[in-house]
Ligand binder design. Structure first.
Ligand code: G6P
Length: 614
């Protein structure tokens, strides 16, 4: 989950690399580096910390390379070896002529390292990537051709990788290859770009070639040659990219996270458009490729996801069981892949992933696919590795999400789950028509309700600031909002580093209540409906232990004023739809606390937006 970028063409490369890395900072940001051709040499510059440190480092060297027109760059999220200058990429071979940047993990790097050391190579870093630099350099000595050398080297490498490589003896050339990690070529009039994600080059071109696993591409300023693993030339398929550069601007907001929170009403509108026309017309989900008979006969569903997507999946389980009466299991992908699951051709497996790249979910999906299950993917990236595994693809179209803490992609996943569950219920005829129409008409006005909450954000900000000095935070809920409590707590943890935990409120008395005293904030997600009274009692139990009580509610009951210090009101809504609106104030609370504490909201420490390692 590092970011890599490359360029070979007719324009100066320095700004292209730095701008590209800036767009990839969401993939990791603990160190960065670039390698740039300078005459018959290749210069390497690196810095620890965020990209601005590399920019500073380069400010006194820019004159050396201002005319350079080819180079590669890397932004790192450390897996092997601490974030230091030595461990930062690009890595250089012992001869000093070959440079490499890598995203992924070389799984057999220990064996490779021993072999290479026995052949006389000396290692400077603790990274797995350095083995690639030495291995390709040795192969180059044999064949004196960079493409061939890369082809020979990758035969010996196990694991996941996207690699970009340059050699001082082969000017005007970058060789790139990948396996189980994304790598995309940008095709432009001024040359060729390469990146681990589209934002790396979208500013320069929206024409792209998605490299497939084991393909090797040789890029020069005027040519692109792609070969398969047997060396056969492949005709590149140039695709038009859907995203515009404007999506990457903060549009006047202080942080991308705040901008993305505000985009949520439109995100919901976009997803509903074309699928949910009115309260009385059936939901259209052409994307679901299961036949009606297959859908009707389904007797088991598994949802697999990580992080925020896992919380969306938990709500998905609740909806599908409630609307369709089909048993649903939900599991973190990293657990799913290491046990014997009862998954077969009669199981529908739903993978949920913002990025469509998360290694654990991708592996889980591949396992389920191999067992014959129909794979339905809910993702924000229709161009991702997971999307390519899908039998049915529900693309949530939330637009690029830059902030590491997911907000609009979560709302998009939730909305998709509501559509899917209602669609299946209509086919299975498990919901009565009155209930169906009521839910559908309420869904159509969800965007306005989210807008109402956003227009009251000042009150939420005032409430949030009161709690910004706390070290711990508890969120309680019951029923369909229990995952909302988990997601609210996750948002706060991710960006403010406050130890926040979500509990099913009924469990409070079985342990967590011991932690309550006058210092502990307890936020109760108190939505009217089947569990309201129970949750109110649980909130009273917490109040009796002097906890600092906050309510997030759609109730007007005057009783709440006695129980809660702070009340955040949300518009009235059917209980089962309430997770779509109850999460919005929780995203804002997390945002305002982190912002007030001066944290790096969009790029919290130790996290990365796209986790391509297991
Ligand atoms: C990372 C991100 C989380 C995200 C999780 C799953 O940990 O920091 O925000 O929820 O990955 O990512 P996915 O792309 O599969 O939804």
């Amino acid at each position: 989950m590092c970011g890599i970028v490359g360029y070979v063409g007719s324009n100066p490369v320095l700004d292209i690399l730095l701008d590209g890395l800036e767009q990839l900072e969401y993939r990791g940001y603990d160190s960065s580096g670039i390698a740039v051709r300078n005459g018959d040499k290749i210069n390497v510059y690196k810095a620890v910390g965020k990209l601005k440190n590399l920019r500073e480092e380069l400010s006194s060297h820019a004159y050396e390379i201002q005319k350079s027109t080819s180079g590669i760059g890397h932004i790192r999220w450390a897996t092997h070896g601490a974030p230091t200058v030595v461990n930062a990429h690009p890595h250089v071979s012992n001869c000093g002529k070959l440079v490499v940047v890598h995203n992924g993990i070389i799984e057999n790097y220990k064996e490779l390292k021993s072999k290479l050391e026995a052949q006389g190579c000396t290692f400077k870093s603790q990274t797995d990537t350095e083995t690639v630099a030495h291995l390709v350099a040795l192969k180059y000595e044999e064949v004196k051709d960079l493409t061939k050398a890369v082809g020979l080297a990758v035969n010996e490498i196990e694991g996941a990788y996207a690699l970009e490589i340059m050699h001082a003896d082969e000017p005007d050339k970058i060789v790139i290859t990948k396996r189980n990690a994304p790598l995309i070529i940008g095709v432009a009039n001024d040359g060729f770009y390469a990146g681990s994600d589209i934002p790396a080059f979208i500013k320069h071109t929206n024409k792209a070639v998605y490299l497939s696993d084991n393909q090797i591409a040789t890029l020069t300023s005027s040519s692109m040659k792609i070969q398969d693993k047997d060396g056969n030339e492949v005709t590149p398929k140039i695709e038009q990219l859907p995203w515009e550069p404007v999506a990457l601007s903060k549009m006047g907001y202080k942080h991308f996270m705040l901008k993305e929170i505000h985009e949520q009403p439109d995100v919901v509108r976009n997803i509903l458009f074309g699928k949910l026309h009115s309260a009385d017309t059936p939901i259209e989900l052409e994307e679901v490729k299961l036949t009606r008979e297959h859908l009707k006969s389904l007797n088991r569903i598994q949802i697999i996801a990580c992080g925020t997507s896992l919380h969306a999946g938990m709500i998905g389980k609740y909806l599908i069981e409630d609307f369709c009466q089909i048993p649903v299991d939900i599991e973190a992908s990293s657990e799913y892949i290491y046990r014997k699951t009862v998954t077969d051709e009669h199981t529908l497996v739903i993978g949920v992933s913002q990025s469509g790249e998360t290694a654990d979910t991708l592996t889980a999906i591949k396992q389920a696919k191999a067992r014959g299950s129909h794979i339905l993917i809910i993702t924000n990236r229709p161009d991702s590795a997971m999307a390519r595994e899908a039998d049915s693809l529900l693309s949530v179209n939330a637009g690029i999400e830059v902030s590491v803490a997911a907000t609009k992609s979560y709302i998009a996943q939730l909305t998709s789950f509501y559509l899917l569950a209602l669609f299946m219920a209509e086919i299975k005829e498990t919901l009565d028509n009155v209930k169906l129409s009521t839910l559908k008409s309420e869904m159509l006005i969800l965007p306005q309700k989210i807008e109402q909450i956003l227009s009251n954000k000042d009150k939420i900000q005032t409430c949030a600031r009161k709690y910004s000095g706390t070290r711990d935070f508890i969120y309680i809920a019951r029923g369909i909002n229990y995952p909302t409590a988990l997601e609210g707590a996750l948002k706060l943890k991710e960006i403010s580093y406050i130890n926040a935990t979500g509990y099913p409120a009924g469990e409070l008395k079985h342990g967590p209540i011991a932690m309550l005293d006058e210092t502990m904030p307890v936020l109760s997600i108190l939505m009217k409906g089947s569990v309201y009274d129970k949750l109110l009692s649980n909130s009273e139990e917490a109040r009796a232990r002097n906890a600092r009580m906050i309510a997030l509610t759609n109730s007007d009951s005057p009783k709440l004023d006695e129980l809660f210090d702070c009340i955040i009101k949300v518009p009235d809504i059917d209980e089962i739809l309430s997770p779509i609106i109850s999460i919005i104030p929780l995203q804002l609370i997390a945002y305002y606390i982190a912002e007030f504490l001066g944290k790096d909201v969009d790029q919290p420490r130790n996290l990365a937006k796209s986790v391509t390692v297991e």
